[in-house]
Ligand binder design. Structure first.
Ligand code: 5GP
Length: 365
């Protein structure tokens, strides 16, 4: 047994210091970033996007959401269990829309990724890639420390050598480097127990505060030529900025998109206010709906919640873009990639003035 004494930090333990800036206005900053890497055959590959990813969760990792967010430059990881026909139709639609607008065929589709775990059949990814060469794929398991995870990364890398592989989840630098050194164009997806629909910490005692996870993992990833995705734990737009500030190249969000009108599922009225069902992918509900029931040896590690609908997804995207533009102006970061270089954090004991937090909102009351 060993205890790591250093205090582990979450987004709530940090605030970003403003800095002298050469920027005069929010319009001078650039949220879009081009990632470049060499594939297994030594060919240069690239992906251009605003590196914020809708999580591959059942109500939001959907074709409908993928179409909207990719139009706005963001990315979407599709939930694992879509059949080939649905994925084929989505990629064909995205390609046709791009061509009709005079853009390159994969302008929108490169921002949308299918997901696969260790149990699912690789045939769907294989057939999809044959028809629509994929720019990125999410290889997603709850516990990225199992040996079969690395085997799966190798298997997918052989089928889709040109694709960026976003693989997780892990929370320590050693395993990030293992993953990255096993392939080309690898992004280590980091975060365990921090998700808004996650109860892994109370069920297993396992997890790590997200800011410390990113700080260690991003450093480890960059050292060996890979990228780092922070997955989960963002409750506010400020948290997204902090995740980039800690060194994340990509930020994946579930709960922040789950209350949008376009999320899948019926609208239910609770106290006359519209709500949607949002559930963790290892909740009992997800296991029943998508995985053919829970195995006797496992337990639920996910919440099943009715959450308030907060508006359209375009409002959420606008809010995220506006907040990041403003953060970058505060710290003098012209490009998204510059945020960590320009970021100095204060370690804090409190964050927000909550004096009026329990009062009725002007809107939706
Ligand atoms: P959020 O942005 O909502 O805080 O976190 C989203 C992330 O939570 C997802 O991308 C995924 O990594 C994680 N997640 C989703 N469902 C579950 C679940 O049922 N259990 C656990 N432990 N994590 C989940």
């Amino acid at each position: 047994m060993r205890i790591i004494e250093e205090t582990q930090l979450d987004f709530d333990d940090l605030l970003i210091s403003p800095k002298r800036s050469t920027l005069n206005s929010r319009s001078e900053v650039e949220l879009s970033r081009t990632f470049e890497w060499k594939d297994i055959n030594g060919n240069k590959q690239s992906l251009t996007c605003i590196p914020i990813i809708v999580a591959n969760m059942a109500t939001i990792g959907t074709p409908r959401i993928a179409k909207i967010v990719s139009k706005h430059g963001l990315m979407c990881a599709l939930e694992k269990h879509y059949p080939f026909e649905v994925l084929d139709e989505l990629y064909t639609d995205l390609e046709n829309i791009a061509l009709a607008e005079g853009l390159s065929k994969n302008f929108y589709s490169q921002k949308v990724m299918p997901s696969i775990g260790v149990k699912e059949d690789v045939d769907i990814i294989k057939h999809l890639n044959d028809k629509h060469p994929l720019k990125c794929i999410c290889i997603d398991v709850p516990n990225g420390y199992i040996p079969r995870f690395i085997d799966r990364i190798n298997e997918i890398a052989k089928i889709c050598p040109q694709a960026m592989l976003i693989c997780g989840n892990v929370v320590t630098g050693d395993i990030c480097q293992d993953i990255i050194l096993h392939g080309h164009g690898i992004v280590a997806k980091t975060g365990i127990g921090q998700g808004s629909a996650c109860i892994t910490r109370s069920k297993t005692g396992v997890g790590r505060p997200q800011a410390s996870t990113i700080i260690e993992c991003a450093d480890a990833c960059h050292q060996v030529g890979g990228f780092c995705c922070s997955d989960g734990g963002c409750k506010t737009v400020g948290d997204i900025g902090k995740a980039f500030g800690c060194g994340a190249d990509f930020v994946m969000l579930g709960g922040m998109f789950a209350g949008c009108e376009e999320a899948e599922g019926e609208t239910v009225y609770i106290d006359n206010k519209p709500h949607k069902l949002f559930y963790g992918m290892s909740s009992n509900l997800a296991q029943e709906r998508h995985f053919g029931g829970r195995r006797a040896s496992s337990t639920s590690e996910g919440r099943e919640k009715y959450i308030p609908i907060t508006g359209s997804i375009e409002d959420v995207i606008k809010d995220i873009k506006g907040g990041l533009n403003s953060l970058m102006t505060y710290i003098g970061a012209r490009k998204l990639k510059d945020i960590p270089k320009c970021c100095t954090f204060f370690k804090v004991n409190s964050q927000l003035n909550l004096k009026f937090a329990n009062c009725k909102d002007f809107k939706n009351n």
